[in-house]
Design a binder for this molecule. Sequence first.
Ligand code: ZN
Length: 232
Amino acid sequence: MNAEHWSVTLHPPLLTTTSGDAIGLGVIYCIGRNYADHAREMNAPRPVEPIVFIKPPSAYVPDGGTVVAPAAGHLLHHEVEVVAVIGTALSHATPEAAAGAIMGYAVGIDVTLRDVQQRAKAEGLPWAVAKGFATSAPISRVVPASQIDRLDRIEFGLAVNGIERQRGKPAQMLWSVEELVAYLSKWFVLQPGDVVLTGTPQGVGPLEDGDRVHAWLGDAVTLDVQVHVPKA
Ligand code: ZN
C-alpha cells in the first residue's frame, strides 16, 4: 500500500450552522431502507422496524471535503439523505418530544462500499466496514429547524458531475424523522450534536475517482464533495 496515495484528511468533529456557529459532532446514526422505492431497487424487503447502523467520527467530511475510497477495486455508492441534528438529550421519547429535540437539519451522503455490504448481507455479517470507513459521511452545514417549514415537502437530491442521480421528499419515508429519533431514543441516549442520517430514496449509484458530487436540501443548504479513489 502506498501511504502517500492513501493519505486521508480527517476533519475535526465539528458541524457548522449556516450562521457560522460550531456544534460538536457526536454519534452518526444511520437508518437503512427507509424509502420503499430504494428497498425495491435493492431487491430488499420493506423492513418491519427501522434498520440502524452507526458510523465513527472519522467518517465525517464537511462541505468542500473529499471522500477517499479505503481501497481500490471496490464499488463506491452514493446515498443522499436528510440529516437531523439533535439539540437536546433524549431517552425513551415520543415522536412529539423527539420533534422538539431536533435543533436543525442538513443534507448528507451515506457513502457505501456496495460490494462489501452485499457480501456482508449474504453472510449475515455487520455493515461496519462497508458503511463506516473514514470519509464515508459528508454532511453539509446545519440549517436551524426554525428556518425549515414543512420538512416533509422539501425536495432533496444529489447530482454527480452535474447530472442528477437522486431526488426525494421526506414525505416518502416509511418512518418520519420524528419517529426515527424516537425509535433511536429507546435504545440509545441521544446527545446534543448526535446526527441521524434518515435513509435514501431510489437512484443510488457508483462513484468514481474525480467525481464531483453536489447534494441539496431544498434551497436551504447544499453540499459539495469530491471523490478520490487511489490507484492500487
Ligand atoms: Zn443510507
